[in-house]
Design a protein. Sequence first.
Lengths: 489, 489
Amino acid sequence: MNKDIAELHIVMYQSGKAFTEYRKTSPEQKANFLETIASNIEGLGDSLIAKAAEETHLPVARLTGERGRTTMQLRMFAQMLREGSWVQASVDTAIPDKTPAKPDIRKMLYPLGPVVVFGASNFPFAYSTAGGDTASALAAGCTVVVKAHPAHLQTSCMVAEAITQAIRSSEMPEHIFQHVTHTDFESGKILVQHPATAAVGFTGSYSGGRALYDYAAARKNPIPVFSEMGSINPVILLPDTLQHNAESIAKQYAGSITLGMGQFCTNPGLLIAIEAEGLHHFIEKLGNEIAAVAPAQMLHPGIHKAYFTKMQLALAEKGVDLLSQSTVLPTGIEAQPAIAITKAANFLQNPLLQEEVFGPYSLLVTCKDKEELIAVWTSVTGQLTTTLMGTDSDFTDFSSLLDIAPSIAGRILINGVPTGVEVCPSMVHGGPFPASTDSRFTAVGIEAVKRWVRPVAYQNFPDALLPEALKNGNPLHIWRMINNEWTKD
Amino acid sequence: MNKDIAELHIVMYQSGKAFTEYRKTSPEQKANFLETIASNIEGLGDSLIAKAAEETHLPVARLTGERGRTTMQLRMFAQMLREGSWVQASVDTAIPDKTPAKPDIRKMLYPLGPVVVFGASNFPFAYSTAGGDTASALAAGCTVVVKAHPAHLQTSCMVAEAITQAIRSSEMPEHIFQHVTHTDFESGKILVQHPATAAVGFTGSYSGGRALYDYAAARKNPIPVFSEMGSINPVILLPDTLQHNAESIAKQYAGSITLGMGQFCTNPGLLIAIEAEGLHHFIEKLGNEIAAVAPAQMLHPGIHKAYFTKMQLALAEKGVDLLSQSTVLPTGIEAQPAIAITKAANFLQNPLLQEEVFGPYSLLVTCKDKEELIAVWTSVTGQLTTTLMGTDSDFTDFSSLLDIAPSIAGRILINGVPTGVEVCPSMVHGGPFPASTDSRFTAVGIEAVKRWVRPVAYQNFPDALLPEALKNGNPLHIWRMINNEWTKD
């Protein structure tokens, strides 16, 4: 065994050992710990933003916003821990004179164990080292091993140090968070297949996410993997709204398609519309808007190369035409925003056109009628989002779309843009495969914690031996389900 | 393609088509449908019980009880649908003057699609054709295809007909439930890998459950599989309770080990104790109790053969001795109850001794001290249950066991027997692999519905276009989370 492999084994062994200590800490201790991480990240000040800007080429304003989102998420999970109802405590008291006698049974959620988190290239803060996966796993009571994304390694190390400092000052068990910086492919496999690993979180490409899923499924004891692998986020543009709002929709979507140079998993990569008067006007306006967006640097050379190559391949496909592109020529690793157009018949015959082109690109598919529109929409694989743009009259004429939409995606929007993922309890960031490897969970919002826990039932326990959340007196004052009734008593 | 394969493809295609109709039915319609199934099963009267007794060799009293459990489960899910809060509706209202503006986002659970259910040999009613998997999937809004267990094919056909009648009389869409009776191995693979299949439920052996999991993971789009694959359900017998209660515990456990000829996945197959005065007394008493239990017929010749072979293999291992067996010799497919004994050192060195011997058999492992006891206990793979038998004084001396227990199993018992799985909201029937393929869910109780649903978010929807559960006026009068507060308003 070479030194690197041995090191990964030691890391996972330590994570497993730390888990047996971390699970004994109180919700209040964990909440303080998460808040201390947030404060420490803020304490890094401008130097953290400067390093991230240098490594990712993202604008300072965007990075400052993303840091705010990251610390907000940490504090949100701290608040969840203090409020306490998230453990879904449930109590069914005994009925001794039932035949057979019904025993006392109680239930609550319990952490899975060590979680391996793979940092995302496009979110150096919010979905990397101290991002949503790490915050939700630590809140659940799991220990975490983060594999840094090589595209922002130094940023990752700075955040990791902020977490390590928080472990020390909060007097938390050593090794509840560990950071590995191996850049080789094999190390990911070793981490996912290590016996101590209990679950995996990943945000990135289809090929990466699928590989991790396959490693986990091939284990002697398969473990849950939540890979969030992106989407083309189909948008339906209905006729009446195009007739009346072509200009504003073109403006709104040119903004969404090119936001952050299209480097969001919720980027609208597929627009679907029926050929009609309003569509021609929309095409003209969207073309003008896209032409006016200046190129900007992408995250790293690999992503830039993939964008350029994939867009050229898409444009080379039969029946696909370039509708418009930025009039300014890109330099270095800048992306040139572009819109392509094709007919439904081409799209339906060519699965290559469904592939995500990660960057400021979108394909407009024109359809003869409602049937073609539905055929195009339902031909796509599972999505994170799908959007319906329409007037009241459109939704009367196309009411069946509302019935179909939940089968397409984890989040359905009406008259909005899919970019911008609000962090709130009702958010769903996930969807049918390949949007994510397990559509039953979300990667964003408070409910993201559910990926890392399992229910445990306690039968016939004396009150003194029960966990706090399940004791008769409800010492934590949390909402519980008692004999089928929600109560705080 | 041969005729059988073609037939399975048509069945799954029909299930997918029926799903698009079934998801439009109201909770009330689904509740009535489930209740009609329950009534129809009861309407089959003694003929159903007689057929099941003939096919499974289970006693009439047990089958009558199991039928009651089955119809109770169907009615429990009907009640869940009428009460309505199970959809976990959540509403986060818009904050337009936030920067950036926070949109209105709402969320609820939505059915995955067609579910394939594999009937269990040991529960011809409660975990077969109209059992817990079928009832929970239909309640979720999923369509169901049941693959009948060949060991009780005619019973399965009778129950399937009761469901088909309920579809007709409730005017439900055709094909929302279908029953296939193919007995070959290949047909299971075809069903799991069919593009229309969205999830799988299975109760049975490790080899069967693991195979289905692997088929699903190998799909182009992997789907969730909930395989419940049994356990050896370790029981810790602590010294003080053995000192004082050896006789009653021996009686209680002889009953649990031989209940239903040990053909329960919660059968206590492993007893762990520290060598001490009370243990010798317990061994003598347990031996006497087991010797007095008469052999009885097992479910089918395959299970009988496996029991006989696996027990002989276990007894042939080094350091394993027969402690006691029924003094009556078995005939035909009868099982002879038996208890074996070995030392911790043998158990720890021999993973074969961890393998489930499905039937009225248990292995008692004797340990030198607390360290050996913990080593034996934590060496086992994931379990459905684990039980601690002890006095107050034991739990003071062995308090660390309570901290370890949740990592071992999905259900922890104190001073009870694991057989007898109460159907209630706090029940957890599932556990770390290989107890089940996804420890985050339970197969028993109301929460079993969660296996077949995923959350869907609705962003910026006009009230009129929202599902009933998410409308402003709360027309279904259900508990919802509104801006972080539980309310029925």
